[in-house]
Design a protein around this ligand. Structure first.
Ligand code: SAH
Length: 274
């Protein structure tokens, strides 16, 4: 039996234009509702779409189609949100911004970590497979996209060089959190469904995975979905706390004063380079 497939002239024109212009739609996930507002403000022609208890803001930044959404917290929530971005909004790239607790003693509050690799610290299917190995993927680490890393590093460095930082955050907040010269670190981020708030938790992770710079609750699950759907991604985390007995004290006011402003500034810088 012969199947006849017919395309209209318009269909063919749209496909060809998409290919020629390499259609891009950028998904931006923020792990804090406070961060989302600043990023949504960058959108022109903003439309609001509600799906599955999430609010997606669709529009353009510098003429590039962009969807912004609060990830919600934890691995399942964030994986579901990024899957919706892929299926409903056909994103072609993903940027994730949020806060994290420091695991490496080299990190200070206000530093920024850009993930080179991500690992799920609570994944453990032993004795069926190695500790941390993701079932069916046969790998422990998920790698970020190299081209994105170059662009995003440049955008972060443009923020933390001192003049622009003082303009964006303001002197009083920088002094309050002792943020004097924030640094950008490129390395491993660990994710899991736990908020780290004790020295014991921190020490165990540090002993088991000494290369991990910081800990959070979404990045590696988003990375897994992006890897499976071949979507280049970058996970950007500002250090909000020290992931120990002090973490719940540092956390809330840091979000309000510092990290929400970092995110919009970094995203805006990234789109200058895109
Ligand atoms: N603001 C909420 C808590 C948010 S959950 C409240 O006060 O109730 C914590 C968020 O911060 C998640 O996005 C997680 O990825 C990140 N995070 C920051 N510090 C963390 C830490 N010490 N341990 C784990 N996740 C941390």
């Amino acid at each position: 039996m012969q199947t006849v497939v017919s395309f209209s002239f318009i269909d063919l024109l749209c496909v060809s234009l998409d290919v020629i212009m390499k259609r891009r739609t950028i998904g931006i996930m923020g792990a804090m509702p406070e961060e989302i507002d600043g990023v949504v403000a960058l959108l022109s022609n903003c439309k609001v779409i509600e799906i599955g208890k999430r609010t997606y803001f669709s529009g353009q930044i510098n003429g590039i189609d962009t969807i912004v959404v609060f990830s919600r917290w934890g691995k399942v929530a964030a994986a579901t949100t990024v899957t919706t971005l892929i299926h409903e909004f056909q994103i072609t790239e993903l940027l994730f911004t949020g806060v994290a607790g420091a695991i490496s003693p080299a990190l200070k509050i206000g530093d920024i970590v850009l993930a080179k690799r991500l690992i799920q610290h609570d994944m453990d299917a032993r004795p069926l497979m190695k500790q941390y190995e993701i079932p069916l993927l046969s790998q422990i680490y998920l790698e970020s996209d190299a081209t994105h890393l170059t662009i995003v590093s440049k955008a972060i460095n443009a923020l933390i060089e001192s003049e622009s930082l003082h303009e964006v955050i303001g002197e009083a907040s920088l002094t309050k959190f002792n943020v004097y010269q924030p640094q950008l670190f490129l390395g491993d981020i660990a994710s899991g469904d736990q908020f780290f708030s004790s020295n014991k938790q921190k020490n165990i992770l540090n002993e088991q995975l000494p290369e991990v710079l910081c800990v959070e609750m979404e990045g590696a699950s988003v990375a897994q979905v992006c890897y499976e759907y071949e979507i280049p991604f970058s996970i950007i985390r500002t250090i909000s706390d020290t992931a120990d007995d002090q973490s719940h004290i540092d956390f809330p006011s840091f979000i309000k004063k510092i990290s929400s402003k970092y995110s919009a500034a970094i995203i805006s810088n990234i789109f200058q380079e895109f």
